[in-house]
Structure formats: C-alpha cells, structure tokens
Ligand binder design. Sequence first.
Ligand code: 4AD
Ligand code: MG
Length: 482
Amino acid sequence: MVKRTRVKDLLATTEFNREVTVMGWVRTFRNSQFIAINDGSSINNIQAVVDFNNTDEALLKRITTGASVSVTGNLVESVGKGQRVEIKVTRLEILGDSDAEKFPLQPKKHSLEFLREIAHLRFRTNTFNAVFKVRHALAFAVHQFFNDKGFVYMHTPIITASDAEGAGEMFRVSTFDPDNIPRNEDGTINYKEDFFGKATNLTVSGQLEGELAAMAFGDVYTFGPTFRAENSNTTRHLAEFWMIEPEMAFYDLDGNMDLAEELLKYVISYALEHCADELEFLKNRLLEEEKSKPQTDRSDLDLLAKLNFCLENNFERLTYTEAIQILKNSKPNQKKQFKYLIDNWGADLQSEHERYLVEKHFKKPVILTNYPADIKAFYMRQNDPDENGRRTVRAMDILFPGIGEIVGGSQREERLEKLEQRMNEMDIPTHEMSWYLDTRRFGSAPHAGFGLGFERLVLFVTGMTNIRDVIPFPRTPKNAEF
Ligand code: 4AD
Ligand code: MG
C-alpha cells in the first residue's frame, strides 16, 4: 500500500508544496469540491479539494459520508476559513463505499442514547474520538505512574473460585450443559464434574491475589477487567469494568490515601497535558449539553477548571463518624429531602449522601475513613472498638464531584486470628481460603491497597455523564450487544 501520512501530522506541519497521501473516512462533502476527511488520528479533519471539472461524475457520486477514501495531492496552505492546510487532490480512490441513505451517522448532532445503539459506529464521531483518546491516555498514565515508582504489574486471574468482596455478586463460569447438569445423590450440583472440578466465577477484584504478590514484591498493582452481577441500572455501574488495584507491603492507611491522591492527580494532569484538543472539545460539549438543564443543575466550573481545581486542592479527609454528623445536621436531611434519611451511626452511605458531602458541603474531593465494620469487607484492618463499643475498620473511600465513590480501599487485617474471627462472623469459609491466610501465617506484614474504578475516572476526566459512554461496549443488566 502507498505510505499514508496521518492527518494529525499534516495539520501540524509547516512543510508545504509536497505530495502527500491521506486515507480516512469522509465526514462531509460540500459543493462537489470540499471533502472533510477524518482518519481518527485527530479530532480535526483535513480538507481535500477535488477538481470537480476534471473528475468523473460517477466517482464524485461515491464521495459520501462514511465512505473510506485514499487521496493523494499537493499539500498547500489553505486560504479558506477554519483550516490551515488542505490537499489539492490529484488522485482519489474510494476504498469502501458507504450508502448515504443507509449510513446511520449523518453530518449532524446525534443523541448519546442513539449513538449507544450504534456503538460499533460511534467511534467515528468527534465525541467518541475524544473520549477514547482520553481513555487511552489515562490507561497509559496509570502504567507510567506505577512503573516510575517501581511497582510490579501483576496479572491476576480472571477466573477464580473465591469472592474477593464477599458480596456474592458473581458471574458463574461453567462448561456444564444447562439442560443436563450433573447432580449428587442429594440433588446438589456436582461441581467435581465441571471444567475446573469446583464452582468458579469471573473475578470481582484482583485484590486477594494482589496481596499475595505484595508479600513478596512489596509494591504491585493490577489493572484488569472485573465483573459484578449486581443489578444496578445506574449511570455509574457496569457489569464489566476495569479496575486499577495497587497493593503495598509496609503501608498504613495514611500512606494508602497519599498514594491514591497522588495517582489521581498524576493521571489527571497527564490527560490535561496530552489530550488538550480532546479536553477542549469535551469542555465545549459539556457546556452545550448543560444549556438544556436548569441553572441549578449546571456545573459551577467548566471541565478544564474542574480538573485543574482537583489538582490544586488537597482532598478533604475525615472519618465516617464525622461525615455522619455533618449529614445528620444537613438541610436535605432535616427537610427530609434525602431518599434515605441519616439518623443512625452505622447507616451505609448512598450516592445522594456522598454527593452532598462533595458537591455541597466541602465542594472538593473527599476521603472518608474508618467506616463501620458491618458495612465493609472482611479483609479490612479492625480498629479497637471506641468508647461506645462501635467497631470500625481502616477503610477509605474517595468521593469525587459528579461521580460519588471513585476509589475504595483499606489497610488490610494482617493479624491471623483477627482475620479468621472476622471471616467466621461473616460466614466466609476459611478452609477454602487457606492460601490467602498463609500470607498471615508466614511473615505477615502491615499492608494496604485500593481499587480505582477506571470508567469512573474516565467519566470524571471527560465530563461525560453516563458510564456507558466511556467504555467501548458497555455490559449492563439486559444488555450485552456487540
Ligand atoms: O469499592 P470496591 O468494591 O473495592 C474493591 O473491589 C476492593 N477489592 C479494591 C481494593 O481495595 N483493591 O470497588 C473499587 C472501585 C469503586 O470505588 C468504583 O470506583 C469501582 O471500583 N466500581 C465500579 N465501577 C463501575 N461499575 C461497577 N459496578 C463498580 N463497582 C465498583
Ligand atoms: Mg466500595
């Protein structure tokens, strides 16, 4: 194939009057003359000018929105408004036709809901070009951050036999014929006959295996897909999402919080630096979207200002107990505007409470610590009961404006007896998790870690409002299209 030059490079070049070849997809074709070509390398198109008097009529007809083309011609400075360079076409080839009547993407604004239904084509819009470029940059920045700090990237298993969060929200993995499942004499399922010889599921978190590795390498992280069969049809939940989970030996909760805050600031500033065009576009997209909302529902800061604000301010750190006090006395609680009213210590925080703390009370990211043991997972380090006998654990959740919980983590219970006792209380089979408990039997060490939901991070940085729009092919209840 002829060597092509990327549109992004041509838009930035100062070397004119040379022959170039561009391959891409037609966005628009005006006046039988001006083709706007996008090849994905930039959110901006390049203009190719066709000499329509000397071009075959039949060929001109095939330059339709969505068609794939190869154009060769002289690169010149543009006299027209809106672009700096253009190509005077000398050779044009249609690589793939696109029937303008049938192509679902027209050169006009489409709703995000509509684009979700054609997720296989939505990559070809400016919005999704920008979103997935930012997603890429953030993923790259995550690896950069940990690599620079000497963390080891561990690939934890996707198929497991354990429920890391103990919440029972797992997708089963089996090769049984659903119409003919082997059973024991007492009617229970005979998993010995299944592929792995035991009941298995898709992982909800790589943390437990991460802990095993941290007890040898010191600092590790995983970054992989995780799966939750929770029936939450919200703008913040996916059944398949990606999670970043560092795990560090010789860390306490403070060190854990410091690392999480540093990571978030690093990846946000990386995106600001490397995705300036995309974020500028997404800022304007959001401003446009918010025009249709009532004033009270609009953001105080535009997207770029919000991201910069996040970099420049320390996250507010407070305990769950302090947060409950604030929520109890808050206006929406007193006026019974919360759907779930806060009256007791021990209540689980709903997203309305988290968002009140972040968006209304502190107006900045918040880290809540030391949650009641009863609303958190078994592996978290237990604090001594307070003077009222309340049991808390060394948990930390980071709450972000517009998102709610973006990070969940904790210092881990490294004391074997305490851990076993808690697992027994919560009906978690200790004999099946003997491998996990071995880390506490042989050279146990204080350690901590957290999980950052990657799509929630991408949501925050792109200013998109539905998590289905920041992962290429979202999996949600009753939806596994594509
Ligand atoms: O709070 P979670 O459940 O914590 C864990 O899984 C721990 N094992 C992490 C650790 O300590 N290593 O999940 C962590 C984060 C949440 O804060 C949220 O950002 C994201 O993962 N998350 C989801 N994102 C999208 N869809 C869902 N259904 C999510 N559930 C959790
Ligand atoms: Mg959580």
